[in-house]
Design a protein around this ligand. Structure first.
Ligand SMILES: NC(=O)c1ccc[n+]([C@@H]2O[C@H](COP(=O)([O-])OP(=O)(O)OC[C@H]3O[C@@H](n4cnc5c(N)ncnc54)[C@H](O)[C@@H]3O)[C@@H](O)[C@H]2O)c1
Ligand SMILES: [Zn+2]
Ligand SMILES: [Zn+2]
Length: 399
């Protein structure tokens, strides 16, 4: 009874504003008061966020690489929370449920969703012809506000939000919204056969998960390339793989050939995307002058470092415009290129099982826990790869 009265009072006294990360332009974000999100469609839910993460994908926005990233928007596509309110047609979740919310906004019913391509939903981002809706990922991904906030509007609530198993650590749950499924899908798209040599470019959260998951698909050898030593050290012990600093090995492609009997890797995974370092021409044209949709350095290395007939799996994110990539080598080597945004909802059942069985331990990559109020510092540290940062969780303090 007392609880019910409290709830009613809380509802009446409900504030009309909340704290949320607010994008002010490249390299500038701050915490701000923003209006509380509202139910706009009968299938919407409002989620009170209990944890959100900063992702390498957010860095592309933060660095100004993604077109139509509007000042005033709130980022955050990796979040979990409690259902606070539901629209009149929501039947699959109820108020009070603890849910993890896949980063893809998907209707679950269109032709693409029916194929399990939840990252390419045709309904959630109808102005686009490529990507579906993504929380907090610019107007090119639908213009939805994200979860680096106290509350967030969740469309298609009958499909996306997934109730977190009661025995699951919330830190594992939040990494199931993107990082683990993306790493897993990167390995899956690599078509890894037993004994294959897999090279993963990038030792960020996604590359770390891709390396770890490659073993699940039967890889015989896993090699990770990055230039940040603390990340290379981490991935070596977490994913039991070889790891090399590209600034210390000279010509990366030649190095990969040398250590693979001059054949190249069976599978190369690009877990870097448009913020890649390592090639001055790519960096200047892709990241500084924005003449291409980010720097394609890791993708070059992947295409040139894979063996003839091999597979290149791309999960690294590039902008929607053009990139300079060695397409001639793709043709002449007979490569298969597979790429996509991860289809989180499709992968959740098997990944929840892997986590519950202890085969995958995603929460081990979390290095920073920061109050939401300090989101500006958190972005700076993650972007500059300072303080041994691998993965940052933002915690709304009011809860
Ligand atoms: N496809 C998807 O569904 C999906 C989902 C999540 C993230 N992503 C993308 O995956 C990529 C990685 O995300 P993250 O969170 O791990 O990012 P991150 O920024 O934490 O990590 C990227 C890593 O790549 C390294 N790097 C830079 N240049 C490199 C190069 N030339 N070769 C090898 N490594 C290089 C960096 O030092 C860094 O450690 C990003 O592009 C992100 O947008 C894609
Ligand atoms: Zn992400
Ligand atoms: Zn759809």
């Amino acid at each position: 009874m007392r609880n019910a009265i409290c709830q009613t009072l809380k509802k009446h006294l409900k504030s009309t504003s909340m704290l949320a990360m607010n994008y002010r332009g490249p390299f500038r974000v701050r915490i701000d008061h923003k209006p509380m999100p509202e139910i706009l469609h009968p299938e919407d839910a409002i989620v009170r966020v209990t944890r959100s993460c900063i992702c390498g994908s957010d860095l592309h926005l933060y660095h100004g690489l993604v077109p139509d990233t509007r000042v005033g928007s709130t980022f955050g596509h990796e979040f979990i929370g409690v259902i606070e309110e539901i629209g009149s047609e929501v039947t699959e979740v109820k108020v009070g449920d603890h849910v993890l919310v896949p980063f893809n906004i998907a209707c679950g019913k269109c032709a693409f969703c029916k194929q399990g391509l939840y990252g390419n939903c045709h309904e959630s981002n109808p102005q686009a012809t490529a990507v579906g809706g993504i929380y907090g990922y610019s107007h090119t991904a639908g213009g939805f506000d994200g979860g680096q906030a106290e509350y967030v509007r969740v469309p298609y609530a009958n499909f996306g939000p997934t109730v977190i198993p009661p025995d699951m650590d919330p830190d594992d749950a939040v990494l199931l919204t993107d990082v683990l499924p993306t790493g897993y899908q990167a390995a899956e798209m690599g078509g890894i056969k037993p004994g294959d040599t897999v090279v993963v470019f990038g030792a960020g959260p996604v590359g770390i998960m891709a390396a770890k998951c490659s073993w699940l698909f039967g890889a015989g050898r896993v090699i990770v390339i990055d230039h940040i030593d603390y990340r290379l050290d981490f991935v070596r012990s977490y994913a039991h793989c070889e790891a090399y600093n590209f600034r210390e090995i000279g010509d990366v492609v030649l190095f990969l050939k040398k250590i693979t009997d001059w054949l190249g890797a069976d599978v190369c995974i690009d877990a870097v995307g448009g913020d890649a370092a390592g090639n001055a021409m790519q960096t200047i044209t892709g990241r500084k002058l924005l003449l291409q949709a980010g720097s394609a350095t890791a993708l070059h290395w992947a295409i040139n470092g894979v063996k003839k007939g091999g597979i290149v799996s791309i999960v690294g994110v590039y902008g929607p415009t053009d990139n300079l990539v060695p397409i001639g080598n793709v043709v002449n080597k007979g490569l298969t290129i597979r790429a996509n945004q991860a289809s989180v909802k499709r992968l959740l059942p098997r990944l929840i099982e892997h986590v519950q069985a202890g085969r995958l331990n995603p929460k081990a990559i979390i290095t920073h826990r920061v109050p939401l109020e300090e989101v500006a510092d958190a972005y700076h540290i993650f972007s500059a790869k300072r303080d041994n940062c691998i993965k940052t969780v933002l915690l709304p303090s009011a809860k």
